[in-house]
Design a protein around this ligand. Structure first.
Ligand SMILES: N[C@@H](CCC(=O)N[C@@H](CS)C(=O)NCC(=O)O)C(=O)O
Length: 333
């Protein structure tokens, strides 16, 4: 456990049993609400680390909170249903390991998140871009750890220790190391449900996942870096042939995406600015990076009115803008 220099008005609580720590926090106005069943293992793991911090903050020992973070005491996690003023938790530790960030609710009882999330990613990677969008939409702070794909850093041992397939993105969250962008986004959506990225109904979720998978499974695997490198360097295709391959498969995939939107509308889905409903969903998180990618390779994007309208609607939102490659710390033009 960590050291705190400011003294504790209520006696030591480091290492105290969870029940005592909870009682201490509650005595100082921290309101614990029910942790949903499917979050209990996350929350219980996180509780032990977080309650001390909540209690310390409630006691006004903000510096100790920062010190604890700096010491790596906080590995991050979700404490669902804590009502506390967490403004002082913001970014105490800069980008140091164990950095604490927080998100509060102005006392309305919404959950509280201590970050420490680390996103291993690359500015131009569209799978990384998907996860950055989801994190920004949900207002979740994260440490940005660049993995330079063109230099091959994804294949180095330290990265392979995180990602068996040597790919980005990788998200460290709640003490877990997660790979595959859609799985990461769905994990975030289940553990941090506001705002939701999937519809409430099973049918809606299936339809949004179908749109997302059209991009993740039908388009992206044919246009990603290692496939293009194989075409160019192993099969020795000319640069132009490689680009023709890229543009063909991306356009075919996006035309299918457009038809999918048309079919959904014909089946009664109310047309809106986004792919599905009045707010961005998982489908938009996948669409936007694919359009950025397509534009880089001058792919023909004509005849895609619904698709491009969704793209434009998304890019008008700060979360999408903040996630784009040119806003990333590792971006070079
Ligand atoms: N299906 C994976 C795709 C991951 C992927 O292909 N990532 C690319 C960047 S977008 C990558 O790491 N490429 C490295 C390479 O091809 O060597 C996901 O959604 O996370």
């Amino acid at each position: 456990m960590f050291h705190h220099g400011g003294g504790c008005k209520e006696g030591a609580h480091d290492g105290a049993p969870l029940g005592e720590q909870l009682a201490l926090a509650e005595a100082h106005g921290v309101v614990f609400q029910r942790v949903p069943e499917d979050l209990q293992d996350v929350a219980l793991g996180a509780l032990d680390a977080l309650v001390d911090l909540v209690a310390l903050e409630t006691l006004g020992l903000g510096d100790d909170v920062a010190q604890a973070a700096g010491n790596g005491f906080v590995k991050g996690g979700v404490l669902a249903g804590v009502d506390a003023d967490v403004g002082k938790f913001q970014n105490h530790g800069g980008s140091r390991r164990g950095n604490v960030s927080g998100r509060g609710s102005n006392g309305n009882g919404f959950g509280f998140i201590l970050a420490g999330m680390k996103l291993y990613n690359y500015c131009r990677s569209s799978a990384s871009f998907r996860v950055r969008i989801a994190l920004h939409l949900k207002g979740l702070p994260f440490d940005y750890l660049p993995v330079h794909l063109v230099r091959g850093e994804q294949l180095q041992d330290d990265h392979r220790a995180l990602s068996a397939d040597g790919l980005v993105p990788v998200l460290e969250v709640d003490g877990h190391t997660l790979t595959q962008s859609m799985a990461i986004i769905e994990y975030l959506d289940e553990t941090r449900p506001t705002p939701p990225l999937l519809p409430a109904s099973a049918l809606g979720r299936a339809q949004v996942r179908a749109l997302a998978q059209t991009i993740a499974c039908e388009i992206h695997p044919l246009n990603n870096l290692r496939v293009l490198k194989y075409l160019r360097h192993t099969l020795e295709c000319a640069e132009e042939e490689k680009t023709t391959w890229y543009r063909h498969w991306v356009r075919q995939g996006l035309l299918a995406f457009e038809r999918q939107l048309e079919v959904l509308h014909a089946q009664g889905l109310r047309p809106t600015a986004f792919c599905y409903g009045d707010a961005p969903t998982l489908a938009d998180c996948l669409l936007v990076p694919q359009i950025f990618n397509a534009r880089r390779f001058d792919t023909d994007l004509s005849g895609l009115p619904l698709t491009m309208a969704a793209f434009d609607a998304c890019m008008a939102l700060p979360a999408f803008d903040a996630a784009q490659p040119s806003r990333c710390p590792d971006f070079t033009p």
